[in-house]
Design a protein around this ligand. Structure first.
Ligand SMILES: *[C@@H]1O[C@H](CO)[C@@H](O)[C@H](O)[C@H]1NC(C)=O
Ligand SMILES: *[C@@H]1O[C@H](CO)[C@@H](O)[C@H](O)[C@H]1NC(C)=O
Ligand SMILES: *[C@@H]1O[C@H](CO)[C@@H](O)[C@H](O)[C@H]1NC(C)=O
Length: 689
């Protein structure tokens, strides 16, 4: 979600409530100002000051409330145009221009904020009523326990994005089939007078949608995949691994997820992430939709959402987001006048959040609310088992306001993924596990690694096994691209290619968004990808003098590192010495990233660059030669600024000239040491003819 003043602990409902009440406070102060101007003159000066302070606070201390969108867009284009892309390309010497920082999952700098949390407890009672696809039924277990149960099922209907009304009520002792709406209010009574109530989401039986959709209606060049995007708010890739280790392991090992290591945000907040993914554009490039622009603003329906294309091409569509008071398209933007997708969960959340106080925290009845989301997605897949589907689901409540709560989801998410797999739903589905951006709480954001992780959200692709066999080149490209600089702009053309596949091959560096089925060029920089410098997690290349004492120390540390590898074989492998440093560059987080403090305006169009983040890690790239033997190596080394130590990972070292027979003495016994061992004994002479 977007960053909001007043956000703190608690669920998204209450966060939003606090913001609202702050707004009311502001307007009532302004009112007072008009009425009692004369009588309370001096008091009002103070009042005005407070209002001023609140406004300042809300706007991040800036005065860019109504920045002219066109001129801001020009400014961004200019900024990107004047960036150092060419220098980077030159310095990267044919390698990858965007080098990402190496961010340890277990970094102590971050781990001090991480706590494990227990699963969410919703009590030991089970729900009397459950949902299965289009059917809402009274469970046998409840009847065995309580005797005959009569339930009233009331359809909940959408009025608009902010209100609902109740439809027809049906009384039954068995089950209710959803037809008018996906959502029902349930009120049950036993003959003894015990009661149970809830608001529940399912997937209505909708003949119009069933008639409109079908695999036979897809374009002839479609990849014939369902698309399921399943997201959590504010989770970096590293945070996902930290908090959902079982889920990540299953995704990675069993489902062979390809997760993008260099997926870089292009703006601040959820809309700035989701708008490019879903429309291929930025908010500034699209028609005005900001709520406070009143009549001048259009409803968000005007956006060219990708789900419209899916809907027009035989797919049934769904969109779910759980925190209606801070909705991506409704908090600051004007929302939808008509439902954007065939199934739109907002109506459920408008009705259910009002009842949250009757339920345990983070629960709805006897199940955690994140499971309501998972079950709903599963119901969508059950009801439309035989139909092509596109679903975008985004869960916010647990991760928006807390570093740690999302950890409670791990087991449920794993079980859900296993069930989705076992029921065959993933067999013809492109599953995208994603987030909008990393965590942005002040404490983590004050660290270098925290800032870098904020810019590198979770984004992973799971393809069915048959797809990997049928489109091997596309899969190879996605795997390659998982190490390169990618952005939300690339997701839109990727999703377009699912509808109209255009082959693998090479992506064009001039394209802002490149389908990930194509190869993203190695030389792509943040400027090419339309990432403003302060969002760019790629490290800045700085050319440095070869005599620089840090370069010399780094080179010596590197030679020590290789010598350690062969130390136990010193009787056969010679100790190496640094001969010459041939080339060196330093890679550091860019100035904009370090100085980024927060947004200077409430729309997230303008950055406040007043922070002073301390650099704690630098990366050195070296090319050195060693003696004896004339080995030539390239290596990346991490320099820890706080304790002055260098670290090398073996995977970051490459021997770039041939070692040939110089490593003959370890060739058979210690294969892995061949690049690093110069044998003391000369190679055996080939037998004379
Ligand atoms: C729920 O059941 C568990 C064990 O079955 C028990 O330890 C726990 O106290 C129960 N909780 C409540 C609220 O009854
Ligand atoms: C849900 O409904 C399907 C048929 O629509 C049925 O096969 C399945 O057994 C049901 N599941 C449960 C848990 O009732
Ligand atoms: C998945 O699809 C393959 C090939 O179409 C089929 O053999 C397999 O049984 C399916 N698995 C499930 C769980 O539906």
């Amino acid at each position: 979600m977007e960053s909001r003043v007043g956000s703190g602990v608690g669920d998204c409902h209450w966060t939003a409530f606090r913001v609202e009440s702050q707004r009311k406070l502001m307007s009532s102060m302004t009112f007072t100002f008009h009425i009692r101007r004369l009588m309370y003159g001096f008091l009002l000066v103070g009042c005005l000051f407070i209002v001023f302070q609140i406004v300042r606070l809300q706007r991040g201390g800036g005065y860019f409330d109504d920045v002219d969108r066109t001129s801001r867009l020009k400014q961004i284009n200019l900024m990107l145009h004047s960036s150092s892309a060419e220098t980077w390309r030159k310095l990267s010497a044919g390698g990858q221009a965007c080098r990402h920082p190496h961010l340890e999952v277990n970094s102590p700098e971050i781990m001090k904020f991480i706590k494990s949390v227990p699963p969410i407890q919703c009590g030991n009672d089970t729900d009397w009523v459950k949902v299965n696809g289009s059917t809402v039924f009274i469970t046998d277990e409840a009847r065995a326990r309580h005797g005959d149960i009569q339930c009233a099922f009331t359809d909940i209907l959408r009025v608009n994005d902010h209100s609902t009304h109740d439809g027809v009520t049906t009384q039954t002792h068995t089950e209710y089939n959803l037809e008018e709406s996906d959502f029902v209010r349930v009120l049950c009574k036993t003959s003894k007078g015990e009661t149970w109530s809830n608001i529940m989401p399912g997937i209505r039986h909708d003949q119009d949608v069933l008639d409109r959709t079908g695999w036979d209606k897809l374009p002839h060049d479609a990849l014939r995949l369902n698309v399921l995007m399943f997201g959590f708010d504010s989770l970096s890739r590293n945070m996902f691994i930290r908090h959902l280790p079982r889920t990540y392991h299953y995704l990675h090992e069993t489902l062979q997820m390809i997760d993008l290591r260099g997926y870089n945000i292009v703006g601040d907040g959820t809309p700035q992430a989701l708008i490019p993914i879903l429309t291929g554009k930025t908010e500034l490039e699209l028609p005005e939709t900001r709520k406070r622009m009143g009549e001048k603003a259009s409803f968000v329906n005007i956006y060219p959402f990708i789900w419209k294309k899916y809907q027009e091409n035989g797919y049934v569509t769904g969109y779910l987001e759980d925190c209606p008071h801070i909705g991506t398209f409704t908090y600051r933007l004007k929302g939808f006048d008509s439902p954007p997708t065939d199934h739109y969960a907002r109506t459920y959340y408008i009705a259910s959040t009002q009842e949250y106080s009757h339920h345990k925290k983070y629960c709805m009845g006897s199940i955690p609310r994140h499971k309501v989301v998972m079950n709903h997605v599963q119901d969508f897949f059950k009801v439309y088992r035989e139909k092509p589907k596109f679903m975008f689901s985004f869960h916010t409540e647990l991760s928006h306001d807390s570093h740690n709560l999302i950890g409670a989801v791990d087991m449920d998410m794993l079980e859900w993924l296993q069930a989705m797999t076992e029921e065959g739903h993933l067999n013809n589905t492109l599953l995208i596990i994603m987030s909008d951006h990393g965590p942005r709480f002040a404490d983590i954001r004050n660290t270098q690694q925290g800032k870098q992780e904020e810019r590198l959200p979770m984004f992973g692709f799971v393809f069915p096994p048959w797809f990997q066999r049928a489109y091997p080149h596309a899969i190879v490209n996605i795997r390659r691209n998982s190490q390169r600089l990618t952005t939300p702009f690339d997701i839109y053309p990727t999703l377009k290619n699912v509808l109209h596949y255009q082959g693998a091959g090479k992506g064009n560096i001039k394209d802002r968004g490149i389908s990930l089925f194509k190869q993203v060029p190695l030389e792509r920089t943040c400027a090419d990808a339309y990432v403003e410098p302060h969002w760019c997690a790629c490290l800045d290349w700085q050319e440095i003098n070869l005599q620089d004492r840090f370069v010399v120390r780094a080179a010596e540390a590197f030679v020590d590192f290789i010598n350690k590898l062969t130390e136990s074989y010193r009787d056969i492998c010679a100790e190496l010495h640094l001969e010459r440093i041939q080339w060196a560059a330093k890679l550091v987080p860019n100035e904009g990233l370090l100085r980024f403090h927060k947004n200077a305006d409430i729309d997230g169009f303008v950055a406040d660059l007043s922070a002073h983040t301390v650099v704690t890690q630098e990366m050195y790239q070296l090319k050195v030669s060693t003696m004896p033997g004339g080995g030539l190596f390239e290596a990346s080394m991490m320099y820890d600024v706080t304790d002055g130590s260098f670290t090398v990972r073996i995977s970051d070292v490459s021997r770039i000239n041939r070692y040939g027979s110089a490593a003959h003495c370890v060739e058979h016994s210690q294969h892995h040491l061949r690049p690093y061992c110069f044998c003391k004994a000369p190679p055996p002479q080939p037998p004379k003819e």
